[in-house]
Design a protein around this ligand. Sequence first.
Ligand SMILES: Cc1cc2nc3c(=O)[nH]c(=O)nc-3n(C[C@H](O)[C@H](O)[C@H](O)COP(=O)(O)OP(=O)(O)OC[C@H]3O[C@@H](n4cnc5c(N)ncnc54)[C@H](O)[C@@H]3O)c2cc1C
Length: 332
Amino acid sequence: MASIGVVGAGIMGLSAAVAIQQRLPAAHVTIMAESFTVDTTSDGAGGLFVPNAPDTDVSLIRKWGKEGARHFFNLAFSEDSSEAGVYLSHGYELSTKPLEQLPIELEFALSHRRLNPEELKRFQPYYKDGFHFTTVIVEGRKYLPWITARFREKGGHMENRRVQSFDELCGRFDVVVNCSGLGSIKLVPDPLLKPLRGQVIRVHAPWIKFFVRTDNNVYILPSSENVAIGSTKEADECDVTPNPDVSKQLFERALARVRAIKGAKTLWEWVGLRPYRCPPRVESEIRRTADGRPIKIVHNYGHGSFGISLSWGTGVHVAQMVSDLLHASPKL
Ligand SMILES: Cc1cc2nc3c(=O)[nH]c(=O)nc-3n(C[C@H](O)[C@H](O)[C@H](O)COP(=O)(O)OP(=O)(O)OC[C@H]3O[C@@H](n4cnc5c(N)ncnc54)[C@H](O)[C@@H]3O)c2cc1C
């Protein structure tokens, strides 16, 4: 029986692990992670399904986006929708410049249409063009426990540990899947991978039933219990303490664009560090340990601002690469 080790229990590790169980039902899959659910970046993200990736072949984005759309729309229409925290949402994509074509992330929407001048007037003077579209919101705080339960149901094991080096895992696993997010800066090591800090506030505003996403980092994303207002994008910043002045600015910027959030009360502030790499790394590698033994690895990290959206699509791709590697010669 094949033994597969997955490093990381954010949305990437959990999705890849479940996709591997689906593709290779006889495999024994173990997730090893330093932190789980609430302590991961995946827990607090806005969660809008808008698949994209910088500097990445569009055919790959389409492969990941279509696979993810099938998975998340099926969930949103199923009886698991509430427990999994995956549900349909409608809203606006707004651009400060005229758009020459449909943004790729909207290709995977359930439906979309261009805004007419009357609708655009509501967002002036800030935005010149845009679309209305229907997609899903994936609420990390519910989805991570839900997908963890699916993993355990299928016989998956979890270990709470820090992996210092892939060498530790050689001999124990036939293939190691690296979904360690920012941990890959040291583990791989990968100098292309950087933290992209994002501060967001969660407000009580149950009357807000639509999302707003823009090309200048203003977003308003309603989830089942609150509304996320974000976000900053600060390269190479690692401080995860929320800055109250920034929270105030986030709210004021959003209020200037969408007056309907007036009166919303702040519930909490949150900071997450997006694992940003241009392009994200989704590829297999056979490397040698310090004492010369071959180890088969599939890397899946660096999805930046699109990790929730790409989680299932890249997970399925990873499962395919794991299956291919199991049959590959270990020679370098
Ligand atoms: C404010 C904000 C809003 C966002 N909104 C969206 C959105 O609307 N849509 C979207 O698609 N994406 C969004 N994102 C991006 C998304 O949250 C991330 O891309 C995604 O969560 C990354 O998941 P991950 O599993 O790679 O990393 P993480 O969730 O950080 O998980 C990494 C895991 O690896 C483990 N680990 C690391 N190193 C080691 C080691 N050496 N040994 C053992 N374990 C290790 C950690 O403990 C953890 O379990 C947002 C992000 C932020 C910050």
